[in-house]
Every structure is written in C-alpha cells, then in structure tokens.
Design a binder for this molecule. Structure first.
Ligand code: NAD
Length: 329
C-alpha cells in the first residue's frame, strides 16, 4: 500500500484512547486522505468533527466506514465488541462490506481467541484482506502525545510491515513486530501481567519499609540503585509524593484505570492457562486487582492505587513534616 494512493482511512471506537489516536491521524495524514469515523457514542464523534472539520467524515455504522476506506482501524473495549464490530453484528459490520484487498488493524487489548476468530472469519470471507492485531501501551497521556508503542501481530518479513510502520508512526513512537498472528496481543498481555505484578510488589515493599521507619523517597533511591530497580517505582511510583509526575502524586488520576488492569490481568491468566504456563503470582494478583476495582476508594483510578488498597500510608509526608515541626518547637 502507498499513502499517496489512498483516499480514505476508517476509525471505529473513539474512546479515551481512540479519540486522541484518530486526532493524530486527522492532523498528520497527507492532505487528500479523508478520515471516516464511527462510534456508538455520538459525543466522541461530535468532538472529532469539531476538532477536524476538513478531514473527518461521520459514518452511520462500521460497515459504512469500511465501504469508504482502504484501511480500517478499530479501538474497542473487549473481545465481544471487536467480534460484534467485525463479524457478529449483522448487516452493520465491517465484514458486511466488501473488504477485498483492504487492511484491517485492531488496536484493542482483547483475548487472543477473539482476535484469531475474527482473522479466520475474514480470511474465509475474503482471502485478499489483511488483518492485524496491534494493541498499544502508553496510556491515555501517551495517546494524546502520540507516544504510544504498538505491538504488532506480524513477523519482521511481512510485506505490509513498512507501510504499517509508516501509518502507525502517526500515532506512536515504537512499532514492534512480535512474530505473527495474535502475538502482538500475547506480548501486550505478558507485559501487563508483569507490570501489574511489579506495581503490587513495589507497593508491598514500600509499605514494609515505611512501616519500619524509612522515608519512601529514600526507599525509591535504594531500589533504583539496587537490584530492585524498575520503571514502576522510578516513574509511576504507587506512593504519592515520591515522583511528582506519577498519577499517585495527582490523586491517582490520569493513569491506567485499575479496572483495565484487572481486565488485562485476567486475560493474561487465561492465556497462561491455555498455553500451560505456571504462574504462582497470578491468582493473588488477580484477587488484588479484582478487589481494588470494586473498592469505591480505588475504582476508576490509576491501577497503582493498589498501594491504597493494600493499606499503604499516603499521608506520610504530612506526618513527617508535623513531626519535624514538633521536634523544632
Ligand atoms: P473506552 O471505553 O474509553 O473507548 C471504547 C470506545 O469504543 C467507546 O467510545 C465506545 O463507545 C466505543 N464502542 C464500543 N462498542 C462499539 C461498537 N459496537 N461500535 C462502535 N464503537 C463502539 O476504552 P479505551 O480506554 O479507549 O480502551 C480501548 C482499548 O484500548 C481497550 O481494549 C483497552 O484495554 C486498551 N487500552 C487502554 C489504555 C488506557 O489507558 N485507557 C491503554 C492501553 C490500551
């Protein structure tokens, strides 16, 4: 494919991630290309139409998007939504359109079984259509800044890779081919399992150190210099007030919602079970994210709110300042 020969690109699913991603396409695509969009939520469609009136065209269904576009991207919540937008939704689906020779890219984080089922359905219906899983990492802020990473379900020799890289770079910075169909999703779920476990481990280690009288800023320095060094502690520290830019220091806002971590963690465990991978931390991790997702003190907040859920002391700084003031009196 060649961008100079394309007249329409489609985008279905304009939520927290999809809206800024589509916004980057609207801003950066070459002039002649129109962006055909659809979402069941009219407010998001209105938002992108207002922001990019010259570029964006509103569609009436996913099929309508597919009718007008050579490339269609989707960014939907779960496997059931992806199945319904591509194949299970009757006359309004992407596959109800003639998608021969088109490029379909699903960026949602879903179960690998749904992604493979969609790919097989497409292949049976139209062998010349290409379908890729391309889940992302980097969160809403990364999507807004155009800095997300894409984990692509294709191998390094795929003839579409150079074009996919060119296209996805409008929305992100790292495009990593993961080796074949559904391997982008397998990589994403493995990544989120690890990152979720690390966030719990950092919260617990911080809590035991703080209860032993240590300042969490000192603990963070120790972890960074020692064998425990990790990005969650360095840049997303679950303890408020250690790293100013972390969601925890902003009331656990503007991060990766704990319910999304619960969803990804559960998908990762399903995958592990299916492929026969033994994980001793999985059940405890899932129970923690399940509990935090249902806890009114944590729901809708950044997933590193597990520090709060596990009983960590968020007022440590005020308590330390008060005690210094008392000593000086
Ligand atoms: P979201 O719920 O904000 O957005 C999903 C959008 O899909 C909504 O606008 C919704 O109206 C739309 N939608 C649902 N069903 C539809 C249908 N049948 N037809 C058309 N539109 C439909 O979710 P999000 O936060 O944007 O996440 C999307 C995906 O990206 C999820 O799989 C999520 O796990 C993943 N993800 C999210 C983040 C994050 O920080 N939010 C980070 C990385 C990956």
């Amino acid at each position: 494919m060649n961008l100079s020969k394309i007249s329409g690109i489609g985008f279905v699913g304009l939520g927290a991630m999809g809206l800024p991603m589509a916004g980057h396409l609207a801003t950066k695509l070459p002039g002649q290309i129109k962006l055909f969009v659809y979402d069941i939520n009219q407010a998001s469609v209105d938002q992108i139409l207002t922001d990019h009136p010259e570029r964006v065209v509103k569609c009436t269904s996913a099929k309508n998007v597919a009718d007008k576009s050579s490339i269609i991207l989707t960014m939907l919540p779960e496997g059931k939504h992806v199945r319904s937008v591509y194949m299970d939704g009757g006359a309004d689906t992407i596959c109800a359109s003639d998608v021969s020779g088109k490029l379909l890219i699903d960026c949602s984080t879903i179960d690998t079984a749904s992604s493979v089922a969609v790919k097989k359905y497409i292949q049976t219906k139209s062998p010349t259509t290409s379908f890729y899983d391309a889940p992302v990492s980097g969160g809403v802020v990364g999507a807004q800044k155009g800095m997300i990473a894409f984990f692509l379900g294709c191998d390094g020799n795929d003839p579409n890779l150079p074009f996919l890289t060119q296209l996805l770079k409008f929305m992100g910075k790292d495009i990593i081919p993961c080796g074949g169909l559904s391997k982008g999703l397998a990589a994403k779920l493995s990544n989120n399992y690890l990152s979720g476990i690390i966030a719990i481990a950092v919260s617990e280690a911080m809590d035991m150190g703080m209860r032993s009288g240590l300042d969490p800023r000192v603990l963070a320095k120790v972890f960074a210099a020692g064998t425990a060094q990790n990005t969650i502690c360095d840049r997303f520290c679950p303890v408020p007030g250690v790293y100013a830019e972390a969601p925890s220091s902003k009331g656990y806002t503007n991060g990766f919602k704990v319910q999304l971590m619960r969803k990804d963690f559960s998908l990762a465990l399903e995958m592990a079970k299916r492929v026969g991978s033994r994980n001793v931390l999985g059940d405890a991790g899932l129970a923690t994210y399940d509990g935090a997702s249902n806890d009114p003190r944590c729901k809708d907040l950044d997933s590193r709110v597990v520090f709060r859920y596990l009983g960590g002391n968020e007022d440590w700084k005020k308590e330390a300042d008060d005690s210094t003031a008392k000593t000086l009196e």
